[in-house]
Design a protein around this ligand. Structure first.
Ligand code: ZN
Length: 302
């Protein structure tokens, strides 16, 4: 009887742990993109993985007076991972210091698309994301990264950081088959219509480029997914995700789910199963979500 009780206790403890959701905080509120349309897609991506518990923290709108910012104090330490859908005004210093301590202390961070445009003048943020674009970034921000013959190249020549051509679907090439986020993914898969960022520049410390896409502007394989170590923290930088129709790609869903779990735990234990409708090298795969896309994609151009 005692053994039975012990076994029951152990199994319930084990089940309890397995059922513990990974707490995720999405930050939005300012962006030169339609964050109010894309945050619900990000939520759907995380909710449908059935391992995350998601909260959203929305900053004050652009131009808000100081008191509005004084009351925006997200408690990062309550979460295993922070997902940023934010590109706007500099956060107040106490929030910046909290965020630096959170990530360097082992917190997870996932940077989505234009979140890598944010904060050109916040050095620690740029160390977290590795590379970023626009906002006056140039060679002083750090090298531009690209992949050549499977190797990571660092271009330190003068030039601005951040550019893209017209939107179009594009093939994503995986460069690291051992990383938990990319393990088992097709080596090349067709992403849905998106902006293909190129010439991102930054400190690029402790960076692994997991996937790239060839830009029609640079003719180079530009980083699309980067894994960065910042102190004890794991950062995943996803350059894709311009609009809802870009995110409604089964490949983007899978990468977002895996990278959020990885940034939180270092593993993709709950999210690694490859969906049957994952895109192939030449065929994209749309995720159907009621009411979406809300945005109208411009005619794709090469
Ligand atoms: Zn964009």
């Amino acid at each position: 009887m005692r053994n039975l009780i012990l076994a029951l206790t152990l199994s319930s403890v084990t089940l309890g742990l397995a059922a513990d959701p990974i707490k995720v905080l999405i930050i939005d509120g300012q962006n030169n993109h339609k964050w109010d349309i894309t945050t619900p897609v990000l939520r759907n991506i995380l909710d449908t993985a059935e391992v995350f518990q998601v909260q959203v923290s929305t900053t004050p709108p652009k131009g808000s007076p100081a008191p509005a910012w004084d009351s925006w104090r997200p408690k990062f330490s309550d979460f295993a991972v922070v997902v940023s859908n934010y590109n706007g005004e500099l956060w107040p210093e106490p929030v910046r210091k909290d965020f630096e301590a959170y990530v360097s202390g082992g917190g997870g961070f996932v940077c989505v698309h234009a979140a890598d445009n944010a904060f050109p003048d916040w050095p620690e943020y740029n160390r977290m994301i590795g590379v970023g674009g626009w906002g006056g970034r140039n060679e002083k921000s750090g090298p531009r990264l690209f992949i050549k013959d499977g190797k990571l190249m660092r271009d330190t020549s003068p030039g601005k950081g951040g550019s893209h051509g017209p939107q179009h679907p594009f093939p994503v090439t995986i460069h690291d088959q051992e990383h938990p986020v990319t393990k088992g993914l097709p080596l090349v898969w067709m992403h849905r219509q998106d902006e293909l960022y190129n010439s991102l520049r930054g400190p690029a410390e402790n960076v692994t480029v997991l996937a790239s896409a060839v830009s029609e502007q640079t003719n180079d394989a530009e980083p699309m997914m980067l894994a960065i170590t910042y102190g004890k923290g794991r950062v995943f930088h996803n350059a894709m995700g311009h609009a809802d129709y870009s995110m409604l790609c089964r490949g983007f869903y899978e990468v977002m789910q895996r990278s959020t779990e990885w940034a939180a735990t270092g593993l993709c234990a709950a999210t690694a199963a490859l969906p049957a409708d994952f895109p192939s090298a030449d065929k994209e795969s749309e995720v159907k979500l009621d009411g979406y896309p809300k945005l109208t994609p411009p005619a794709p151009k090469k």
